[in-house]
Design a protein around this ligand. Structure first.
Ligand SMILES: Cc1cn([C@H]2C[C@H](O)[C@@H](COP(=O)(O)OP(=O)(O)O[C@H]3O[C@H](C)C(=O)[C@H](O)[C@H]3O)O2)c(=O)[nH]c1=O
Length: 153
């Protein structure tokens, strides 16, 4: 079953199939309902505590699966006319919660490595990487009401 909070963001649990040799980790199939097209797959590696944010893609749909380690993945909807404009969505994904997160264009997003090892974020996209279709903001900008700090409680 898939879930979403920000309009257009789809979270699809992914299967892991372990056996004594290791495991298979599913990611994305051409017959999945959220598959659009194949453009490129790349891997963004993030160290524990490092923040890679904020960015939006103006054309690319992202398909993130964290195949090693864990991240805090945060999304912010600032799209004019969106029914979820102003909504922040915080996800903890990776080995502890193995899933695919599909992010449509124009949703701000970023992530922080958590835990004690580098996390590997696979991004299987519908277009090839192009720097000119990405906008970026500082992770600590006041324009997005979010603190990256760990929340003790
Ligand atoms: C993705 C990519 C990057 N680069 C160059 C551009 C920069 O000089 C350097 C680091 O790129 P960037 O700062 O964009 O890396 P991340 O912050 O890990 O972000 C990348 O991976 C996350 C998951 C995103 O979704 C971003 O859209 C994607 O840009 O690699 C390339 O030359 N080709 C590429 O395909």
């Amino acid at each position: 079953m898939s879930t979403s909070k920000i309009e257009g963001v789809v979270i699809t649990p992914l299967r892991q199939i372990p056996d004594e040799r290791g495991k298979i980790m599913h990611m994305l199939r051409a017959d999945a309902p959220h598959f659009k097209a194949f453009g490129e797959i790349y891997f963004s590696c993030v160290n524990p505590g490092a923040i890679k944010a904020w960015h939006i893609h103006k054309e690319m749909t992202l398909n993130y699966a964290v195949v090693w380690g864990n991240i805090k993945f945060v999304l912010y909807d600032d799209r004019e006319g969106s029914p979820t404009k102003g909504v922040l969505q915080e996800l903890f994904i990776g080995e502890s919660n193995y899933c695919l997160v599909t992010v449509p264009p124009f949703v701000w997003n970023g992530f922080k490595g958590i835990g004690e090892k580098m996390a590997i974020v696979a991004n299987c996209t519908d277009i090839s990487h192009r720097a000119d279709e990405i906008d970026r903001m500082d992770p600590f900008t006041q324009k997005i009401p979010y603190s990256w700090d760990i929340k003790h409680g």
